[in-house]
Design a protein around this ligand. Structure first.
Ligand code: UFG
Length: 330
């Protein structure tokens, strides 16, 4: 039997495929390559290029392959873009998931691990954020992920499809052995942008706001190593296969670092100057996001081991230094 990974050519999905194959699992990947990279797909995975909204295409694959579980990363994930083009996000993220659940139902596939986000919480009441806190997304991206979670909840009630939703905080780093890493076009995430400055590809990093209510005035985020993050997916798959009930878990490292601290960490790791300039706030940025991941530790037995911010930065730097143009030159 195979695990179907949707979005397995993307940054996070590709790391999941590598770790599943490390565990000797058979993996089928679907990706429309809108943002993913064919080169990021593990050579031992069976790859199909196509869109999950295409029900005929999806049915064909479920008929051809023996799929017993799904890990779902196939979604658009840019907060800014989601505010400018909300319908794109409802179409790809929500409608795509609806089609997927329809085909899972038809083929009696009852287990799904879902890539969700801390953006489902919106501006938190307090930190650390637990799964019990209210969910009031402040952007369309978070709203679509919350809606996808709700779709799964009702499909469990009606069709017995069990799911684990993993709400990610700030995913960073790259596979230690260096084959794959982060390559977004355009890049909007803090760590890759800082490292592009270190590589001389940008003149400076803009710090979006220095007057937040934090010790140094810049936003604080909870950075989690992509390999620790994927470990939680593997545990969640086993949990569901052993009959675990549907649930939602936060994934973060439970520690916060400010934008300025991240730039300083990058200066130490790369030994480069990395000029920084203060710019105006970016719309919709909460000042502090830190996860409580106690529930994932207690229920899934998750034990993140790559929580040092230096190590996260080093693994990201290793990828960016060796692949300054991402997958283009591989
Ligand atoms: N930042 C800068 N300069 C930049 C880029 C980012 O100062 O050039 C700041 C942002 O303002 C923010 C922090 O760095 O304070 C981190 O920004 P990212 O864009 O790297 O990440 P976000 O926290 O905005 O978002 C991430 C994911 C989202 C997810 C969210 C949930 O990218 O998909 O975490 O917490 F929804």
């Amino acid at each position: 039997m195979s695990v179907l990974v949707l979005g397995g050519a993307g940054y996070i999905g590709s790391h999941a495929v590598y770790q599943l194959i490390d565990q000797k699992r058979k993996v089928v990947v679907i990706d429309n390559l809108e943002t993913g990279h064919r080169e990021a797909v593990h050579p031992e995975a069976t790859f199909y290029q196509g869109d999950i909204r295409n029900i005929g295409f999806l049915r064909e694959i479920f008929e051809k392959e023996s799929i017993d579980s799904v890990v779902h990363f196939a979604a658009n994930s840019l907060v800014g873009e989601s505010m400018e083009d909300p319908l794109k996000y409802f179409d790809n993220n929500v409608h795509g998931t609806q089609v997927l659940l329809q085909v899972m139902k038809e083929h009696d596939v009852k287990v799904i691990v879902f890539s969700s986000t801390a953006a489902t919480y919106g501006e938190p009441e307090s930190v650390p954020i637990t799964e019990k806190m209210r969910t009031e997304p402040t952007n369309t991206y978070g709203e679509t992920k919350l809606t996808m979670e709700k779709l799964m909840k009702w499909c469990e009630a009606a069709h017995g499809i069990r799911h684990v939703s993993l709400r990610y905080f700030n995913v960073a780093g790259a596979r230690k052995s260096g084959e794959i890493g982060e390559d977004h076009q355009p890049e909007t995430h803090l760590i890759p942008i800082i490292l592009q400055v270190a590589l001389g590809q940008r003149e400076h990093i803009s710090i979006f706001g220095n007057n937040y209510n934090t010790p140094d005035g810049t936003c604080i985020r909870d950075y989690i190593h992509v390999e620790d993050l994927i470990n939680a997916h593997l545990l969640a798959l086993n949990y569901l296969k052993q009959g675990g009930k549907s649930d939602v878990f936060n994934l973060g490292s439970s520690q916060g670092f400010s934008v300025k601290e991240m730039i300083e960490t990058a200066r130490n790791v790369t030994n480069k100057d990395i000029p920084a300039r203060t710019a105006k706030r970016r719309a919709g940025d909460p000042s502090v996001l830190i996860a409580s991941s106690e529930k994932a530790r207690n229920t899934l037995g998750w034990n993140p081991t790559r929580t040092s911010i230096n190590e996260i930065m080093k693994d990201a730097w290793n990828w960016h230094r060796n692949n300054p143009n991402g997958y283009k030159r591989m």
